[in-house]
Design a binder for this molecule. Structure first.
Ligand code: ADE
Length: 232
């Protein structure tokens, strides 16, 4: 039977989904609270991982080991890396990588974790397609893009840094957890997708824009996740 692990880094990214679920069990592990139960009749485990790649990786591994989830979805917000992708739009992952890994000295491409055998972790194609089509149904006024998501332990709010990330990786948006969730899902052979709504442009305006738009953006992404669950 399918059981979907849903991770948000921050409470505002999962609070609406938690509020709508029928909770059967609460489990605390690694200082995270995992809520197991049903959301619109789909078996789910919803959790706030905390911010950054280490928290998110620990969280994804617990979902695999202790809850035996069959799929992982990460919902949240991100900074746009493309001019045409605006605040409020949605990006759904095709693949995901660590933009802050650098072992080029031993011949690995920038972003590749040595000995993983891949630069970017491929998202599940069916989940990606489903998220994009669900977005069109549930948020018709919002543009949904399919593309690469890049992650690092850094809030990108500087034009220069953004440009370096764009030219190195051709990402659609940048955030702080997706690659480590993808990495853990890849190692555990669990299909995953990262869904992010844009809260800022990851440049010098990000510090101002992020606090204004994070809540609405997080709500867009969560609404989309809720809508796609029955079709997984
Ligand atoms: N999450 C939302 N906006 C972000 C940004 N600009 N950099 C990293 N993570 C983000």
């Amino acid at each position: 039977m399918k059981k979907i692990g849903i991770i948000g880094a921050m409470e505002l990214e999962v609070e609406e989904l938690k509020g709508k679920m029928v909770i059967r069990r609460r489990v605390e592990k690694a200082s995270m609270e995992f809520l197991e139960g049903k959301l619109n009749n789909t078996e789910v485990v919803i959790v706030r991982s905390g911010i950054g790649k280490v928290n998110a990786a620990i969280c994804a591994q617990i979902l695999c080991d202790c809850f035996k989830v069959t799929h992982i979805i990460n919902t949240g917000v991100a900074g746009s890396l493309k001019n045409e992708i605006n605040i409020g739009d949605i990006v759904v992952s095709t693949d995901v990588l660590h933009h802050d890994v650098d072992v080029r000295v031993f011949g690995y491409p920038l972003g590749e974790v040595p000995q993983m055998g891949c630069l970017a972790f491929p998202a599940d194609e069916r989940l990606t397609q489903l998220a994009v089509s669900s977005c069109k149904e549930v948020n018709p006024e919002i543009a949904a893009y399919k593309g690469r998501i890049v992650s690092g332990d850094q809030f990108v709010s500087d034009k220069q840094v953004k440009e370096e990330i764009v030219s190195s990786f051709q990402g659609f948006c940048v955030e702080m957890e997706g690659a480590s969730i993808a990495h853990a899902a890849y190692l555990n052979h669990v299909p995953f997708v990262i869904i992010r709504a844009i809260s800022d442009k990851a440049d010098d305006s990000a510090k101002m824009d992020y606090p204004s738009f994070e809540k609405a953006a997080a709500a867009h992404s969560a609404k989309l996740v809720e809508h796609m669950l029955p079709a997984i």
